[in-house]
Design a protein. Structure first.
Lengths: 200, 200
DNA sequence: CTACCTTTGTGAAGAATTTCACAAGCTCCG
DNA sequence: CGGAGCTTGTGAAATTCTTCACAAAGGTAG
């Protein structure tokens, strides 16, 4: 989050940013900003604040964003299509090197810069290209077996959009985005807001 | 999360579930499960565990999921298309009642059960139908002005897929899903894992 | 009915996180 | 150069979150 705002400030030409300013932008407190950043090192100058451009570079290095990451998309449905065309990925240094599905009608279709391939080819491709990250956009009932296959193929991190609980070995990183669950969080907030209103 | 697993257990016909069992499913601890659930009430039976079906109903009520929520999708791009067709929403009680865009070429196109409408019509529609939730799937540079307009129209909760920081008044709930940021989290995990390997 | 097994609900202890507060350091200005 | 004005970095305090541990309660078997 800090990186996102620092990049903004950087492109706007701002030289330095105080913990106060960053806190306001990020909706947190100055002390929190300083504690967070101090965990990784001492980047600021007293009396001045943090050097925007330099701190940006530091954070990018900390996050491992100085390199390009190869990504495969598993599942050529609607969500897969949206993700494959999502500019944000490329902009942030994630290059989609392949899209895979098991539907014969989809295999062979050109999708932007890549062509939908048979998922059976994924293991070889991942091994050859040393692709570490997979984005999972498949129906939830197929999720776990597919996960097992791509993990066996050498995938080391998975961004999961299937609304299913999946398990991975400890050496694999997993992040799940469950859109229905996000909406349910909003439902809870709305329901509680109504209650709060009726109470006070 | 508890709800998701309890629903699974319920459809599998399981009558009761202990905090131990739920903890294993959810990847947490029995004490955590009991503390979490006890926050909302005393649902379990000592010696037996929690009644699966009853607790499911309780949680759905707590989350405000006993009713149907109307949802509008703002932005008829790729992500909007994926979301409009996303079965998970309907399955979980969120009904997409409208899709809006400002691109004349998109307006009027039929999208599943609804037709893409001019975003200028959104305020009236939202006011008439009392639609509380909007899903935002538009480019980030247009995000804030559109947010201001739909908030003024009466939207009370926003699920934001634009990779931009947006601000809302306190009475509006906001959840942001930033896919690039999720990938950056994986990048950090991978970078650290490599470091950890090279260290130990 | 009683003894025993299981599991919840919850105060208390422990751990982690956040906030406070201030010394130390940098810049600017006269 | 020296004092005034900011801002960081960080121990310590405060708060929040998690885990522990056990009394209370339901079930079961005999």
């Amino acid at each position: 989050m800090y990186l996102r705002y620092l990049e903004n400030l950087d492109t706007m030409g701002q030289q330095t940013a105080s913990s106060d300013e960053l806190a306001q932008l990020c909706g947190t407190t100055p002390a929190q900003v300083r504690k967070d950043l101090s965990f990784f090192g001492s980047f600021g100058k007293r009396g001045l604040g943090y050097p925007v451009h330099e701190l940006t570079a530091h954070l990018r290095e900390i996050l491992g964003l100085e390199r390009e990451w190869k990504v495969v998309i598993v599942g050529a449905g609607k969500i897969g299509a949206a993700l494959a065309n999502y500019r944000g990925f490329r902009q942030r240094g994630f290059r989609v090197v392949g899209v895979y599905d098991n539907d014969p009608e989809k295999i062979g279709q050109p999708w932007g810069e890549v062509t939908v391939q048979d998922i059976a080819e994924l293991p070889d491709d991942v091994a050859r290209e040393e692709t570490p990250i997979a984005v999972l956009a498949i129906p939830s009932d197929h999720a776990q077996p597919v996960v097992d296959r791509i993990v066996a193929a050498g995938i080391r991190a998975i961004l999961n959009f299937a609304p299913a609980q999946i398990t991975v070995p400890p050496h694999v990183s997993l992040k799940s985005v469950n859109m229905a669950m996000e909406l349910e969080g909003l439902s809870f907030a709305l329901t509680n807001a109504v209650t709060a209103e009726s109470v006070g």
